[in-house]
Ligand binder design. Structure first.
Ligand code: PLP
Length: 412
């Protein structure tokens, strides 16, 4: 008994809900915490771990945000859960220009692409359901599935097939009739791979054969593509539209991750369910960010040309440097701002007389030896790879890749 504070002894640790035992913190955030800790000690850390695009949105975005923020009557009250009419119209216009046709009751705003995906998993999946996605996959899908009570099932797509799921693999996996939804992320985080229009056509043709499967299409990098144009599954097979949920976001395409706007285009029944769910949670997304997003969707997109040209230069530099290293292979990504080299040939080597057995050992040793942070592939469903984000300035890339190469060459 604590004499001064007798009530202390009666304090019990709050019992968390059982569902929390099914979730783990995002590995990308764990790496970023390790980086922060090293930086706090004064170390010169180079981080290739972040998923922030590293460019700013155009001036018209800030102008729209400022103008809205200055108007009390636009910002003070509750707003429609679906999104402001201005945002909805701007998004519909954007979609139309991209060849996708939706009506106002088939779209809504969400709290970022992540918030959208979390809520979509909640409304589509439950106990006993399975959700399928190709591995490597975006880190959060398995945890979102677990939080919905569903089980994830993955199809491994190795570097030798450019990390892409083949029509045969998809057809084979969908023979399992308990699969309720298929998540398709194109271009991909973590691999940066973009499916060509022909590859999308071939996958869409398989999906047509499985009418009970809902499709969640995570298209949030669709404007950051190099080479082949982006094509959506619903453009390949318009009949898929009635069971496809498209997720969009301003985070990557417009360099606005902190503004937290995600958009969903889907059949009316899905949108209605999302709005019911968010009416009991989010209520609405702030007016200022909605205005900024509307301006991003409708404003001039020519800034993306220089953004993409810059990314291509950086991607090519990283690939060139990696190609000089023995025992590493890296398919050439045509989208997003990540490369995902396979490091299988380096596992089993030693650093400082310690064997590097896993991708996590590799990333820890790299951080310790050279203060370079990359994300181990295991969190993305591939424990023989790591993710490098090249959305940083060229000097940092040069210094980081030189340290990375020194580390790989020092392994015995
Ligand atoms: N989907 C993918 C594939 C991602 O890479 C991310 C973010 O990294 C998201 C969804 C969520 O993005 P946001 O919530 O910033 O819109």
């Amino acid at each position: 008994m604590n004499e001064s504070f007798p009530y202390m002894t009666s304090l019990a640790t709050p019992q968390l809900a059982p569902r929390m035992s099914a979730v783990k913190p995002s590995p990308t955030i764990e790496v970023s915490n390790a980086v922060q800790a090293l930086k706090a000690k004064g170390e010169k850390v180079i981080s290739f771990s972040i998923g922030v695009p590293g460019f700013l949105p155009p001036a018209h975005v800030y102008a729209a945000a400022e103008e809205t923020a200055a108007k009390d009557n636009d910002t003070g009250g509750y707003l429609p859960g679906r999104g402001t009419p201005e945002l909805i119209n701007a998004f519909l216009k954007r979609q139309k220009e991209d060849g996708l046709h939706y009506t106002p009751d088939e779209v809504c705003v969400q709290m970022g692409g992540k918030g959208a995906l979390y809520n979509i998993f909640q409304i589509l999946l439950g106990e006993g359901d399975k959700v399928l996605f190709p591995a490597p996959y975006w880190v959060s899908y398995p945890d979102m599935a677990a939080l919905a009570g569903a089980t994830s099932t993955t199809v491994y797509c190795p570097a030798s097939q450019d990390y892409k799921i083949t029509p045969e693999q998809l057809e084979d996996a969908l023979q399992d009739s308990t699969i309720k939804a298929f998540v398709f992320n194109n271009p991909s985080n973590p691999t940066g791979m973009l499916y060509t229009p022909e590859e999308v056509d071939a996958l869409a043709a398989i999906l047509v054969k499985f009418p009970k499967v809902s499709i969640i299409s995570d298209d949030i990098y669709d404007k950051i593509t190099y080479g082949a144009p982006f094509k959506s599954l619903t453009q390949s097979e318009p009949s898929l539209k009635e069971r496809t949920v498209i997720v969009q976001s301003i985070s990557k395409n417009y360099g606005m991750p902190g503004w937290r706007i995600g958009m969903v285009a889907a059949p009316q029944s899905i949108i209605k369910a999302l709005l019911t769910l968010t009416s009991q949670s989010l209520t609405n997304i702030p007016a200022v960010t909605q205005a900024a997003a509307a301006a991003a969707f409708t404003g001039d997109h020519s800034f993306l040309d220089s953004v993409k040209a810059d990314f291509v230069k950086k991607r090519d530099f990283v690939l060139e440097e990696l190609s000089k290293l023995e025992s590493m292979t890296c398919p050439k990504p045509e989208g997003a701002f990540y490369v995902f080299p396979n490091i299988d040939g380096l596992l089993g080597k030693s650093y400082n007389r310690k064997t590097i057995k896993t991708d996590v050992d590799f990333c820890k040793a790299l951080l310790e030896a050279e203060k370079v942070a990359c994300i181990p592939g295991v969190g993305f469903g591939d424990d023989k790879a790591l993710r490098i984000s090249y959305a940083t300035d060229m000097d940092t890339l040069k210094e980081g890749l030189s340290r990375f190469s020194r580390f790989v060459n020092s392994l015995t």
